[in-house]
Design a protein around this ligand. Structure first.
Ligand code: SF4
Ligand code: SF4
Length: 187
C-alpha cells in the first residue's frame, strides 16, 4: 500500500469515528435535519426512487409522468438521476429524527458521506450540518495524521459551506492544478 493510500485510509477511519462520536448523536436534537431536504438536495438512482415512492409503473412511464408535471413535485430528473428537494425524504422518520433505511443497501451513498467525507487524501466538510464544528474536526484529523502533517483549510469558491481540509506533509510544497472531483452540494 502506498503512503497516499495509507493516508486516505487513516482519514476515512477518522471521519467514520467523527460521524459516530459527534454527528450521529446530534441528529436526534438537530434543529434543521438535512433529511427534510428544505436546503439540501438528495441524489437518487431509479431503483431507490422506485422503492422509496412505492412505484408500480415502469421507469419510462414514470419519466413521462414527471415530464408532464403529474409526478411527485419534489422530484426532478437529470442525466439519468433523480434529485429530491423541498419535501422530506420518504425514508425519514420525522418524529423519531431517524432514517428508516439506515444500514441498508438502498440507503444513498451521499447520505453516508454527509457531512464529512474523504476525497483523494483530503477531507470535505459540509458546514450546513450544525453538528460540524470545523475547529473540532481539524483537531480530530490532526490527531490521527500526526505532527508530520499540517491541515490547510479552504472554502469552495461557489459553495462556501463546503470546506476542504488538505493534509500536507510538513515542509512539502502545495500541489498545483485542479482537483479531479469537485464536491457537489448534495446530501
Ligand atoms: S444536518 Fe447534521 S446533525 Fe442534522 S440531521 Fe443532518 S447529519 Fe444530523
Ligand atoms: S435516506 Fe435516510 S439519511 Fe438519506 S435523506 Fe433519506 S432519511 Fe435521510
Amino acid at each position: 500500500m502506498s503512503a497516499r493510500q495509507r493516508l486516505a485510509q487513516q482519514l476515512a477511519a477518522a471521519l467514520a469515528a467523527y460521524q459516530e462520536s459527534t454527528v450521529i448523536p446530534h441528529c436526534a436534537v438537530c434543529a434543521k435535519p438535512c433529511c427534510r431536504l428544505d436546503t439540501l438536495v438528495l441524489e437518487l438512482e431509479w431503483k431507490q426512487v422506485k422503492i422509496l415512492w412505492k412505484l408500480d409503473e415502469s421507469r419510462p412511464a414514470f419519466d413521462r409522468r414527471l415530464a408532464s408535471g403529474k409526478g411527485p413535485e419534489e422530484i426532478r430528473e437529470g442525466d439519468g438521476l433523480y434529485y429530491i428537494h423541498s419535501k422530506p425524504c420518504p425514508a425519514y422518520d420525522d418524529a423519531g429524527h431517524a432514517c428508516r433505511i439506515y444500514g441498508q443497501e438502498i440507503k444513498p451513498a451521499g447520505c453516508s458521506d454527509f457531512p464529512v467525507y474523504e476525497d483523494q487524501g483530503s477531507v470535505i466538510a459540509d458546514l450546513r450540518c450544525e453538528a460540524v464544528d470545523i475547529d473540532g474536526l481539524v483537531a480530530a484529523v490532526a490527531k490521527v495524521v500526526g505532527p508530520e502533517f499540517r491541515i490547510v483549510r479552504s472554502a469552495d469558491k461557489d459553495f462556501s459551506f463546503l470546506v476542504t481540509l488538505s493534509v500536507r506533509k510538513v515542509g512539502s510544497t502545495p500541489p498545483t492544478g485542479k482537483r479531479s472531483r469537485r464536491p457537489k452540494p448534495t446530501l
